[in-house]
Design a protein around this ligand. Structure first.
Ligand code: AMP
Ligand code: MG
Length: 307
């Protein structure tokens, strides 16, 4: 008698399940025909000698961790999670939990962006609010530049209170681009400081989330060595979407799997300040800049928000 998982005794070439036997006092009755090799698991059926089970860039999820343990590796070399500094700009901002001053608004970006950072595989190492003041902005950016990735929200437009770009220039950051043909997301700024990446995201709560997903997340995933930095596929748009040609639109959609594949339906009103349009959204439908109205039933490209 051997237990499940035990090594096969020398000379045996099959195992009979105990349910198929009857134990007597001096002998065991076998009640079934026994084929050679039955009820055996051969060494190498799961992984053959010399086989590569995981490659560099693999994300270590539940299955990967199990496979690493199954081949006996107590340690593996991983890329360090990128360190992200978050900076929320604006005199009007107040953290949740404090009584709201007249005219103030809640700093929601710091919280939605922190969660997006964590989900993208990076870690938030610093987060602060900076006033719309040139000197304070230079000082706060100076501290933030210690991270691998700096994510700033607000202060990148052309208003007189928008100090981010001049402050970054003063600190020696090099602008790669400013302004993208997207709605929401137009004033998005991206630059490099030493070896660090700086994302200047627009302050509107939806804009900061979608531009993080489209620009900062792929960069973080690439830093982690992931081969597939983007999370793109297509879906059938279930409602018509009115649009004038001009900028590409990012439409917050809920996804549903039907017999003919994935369907996307816009969540609700799509203003860049309507943060609740992100509630229940699974993906951004990307309607190209040159497109006019999109009819219900058309196939659109989507970027998955949280995959
Ligand atoms: P800005 O990009 O700084 O011009 O900001 C655009 C809009 O987004 C303004 O209405 C800001 O009050 C708002 N906003 C900026 N930062 C945040 C934030 N951290 N949380 C919520 N709303 C913000
Ligand atoms: Mg502002």
């Amino acid at each position: 008698m051997i237990s499940t998982g035990a090594a096969l005794p020398a000379g045996a070439d099959a195992v009979v399940r105990v349910e198929d036997t009857a134990a007597g006092e001096r002998a065991v009755e076998i009640r079934v025909e026994v084929e050679p090799q039955s009820n055996l698991r051969r060494a190498g059926e799961d992984i053959a000698a010399g086989e590569t089970v995981l490659r560099a860039g693999a994300q270590l999820g539940p299955a990967e961790l199990g496979v690493i343990a199954s081949v006996g590796r107590g340690e593996v070399v991983c890329s360090r999670r990128p360190r992200v500094s978050l900076l929320s700009t604006g005199d009007e901002l107040q953290e949740p939990g404090e009584p709201l001053r007249p005219g103030a608004i809640r700093n929601s970006n710091a919280h939605s962006l922190a969660a997006l950072v964590e989900r993208s595989g990076a870690e938030v190492v610093a987060a602060e609010i900076v006033r719309d003041d040139r000197e304070a902005t230079v000082e706060a950016l100076g501290r933030a530049l210690a991270g691998d990735v700096i994510v700033v929200s607000g202060g990148v437009s052309v208003g007189e209170h928008d100090h981010i770009r001049p402050a970054l220039a003063e600190l020696g950051a090099e602008q790669v681009f400013w302004g993208v043909s997207l709605r929401p997301g137009k004033p998005t700024w991206f630059g490099i400081h030493a070896r660090n990446l700086v994302f200047g995201l627009p302050g509107n709560p939806v804009s900061s989330m979608v531009t993080f997903v489209l620009f900062a997340r792929p960069a973080i995933r690439a830093m982690l060595g992931a081969g597939d930095a983007r999370r793109r596929t297509t879906a059938i748009l279930d409602a018509e979407y009115p649009k004038r040609p001009g900028r590409a639109h990012l439409v917050r959609c809920r996804l549903e799997l039907r017999d003919d594949g994935w369907h996307a339906r816009p969540t609700k009103e799509q203003g860049s300040h309507v943060l609740t349009s992100m509630l229940g959204a699974d993906a951004l439908a990307i309607v190209p800049a040159a497109r006019g109205d999109v009819g219900a039933g058309e196939r659109v490209e989507i970027e998955l928000l949280y995959a």
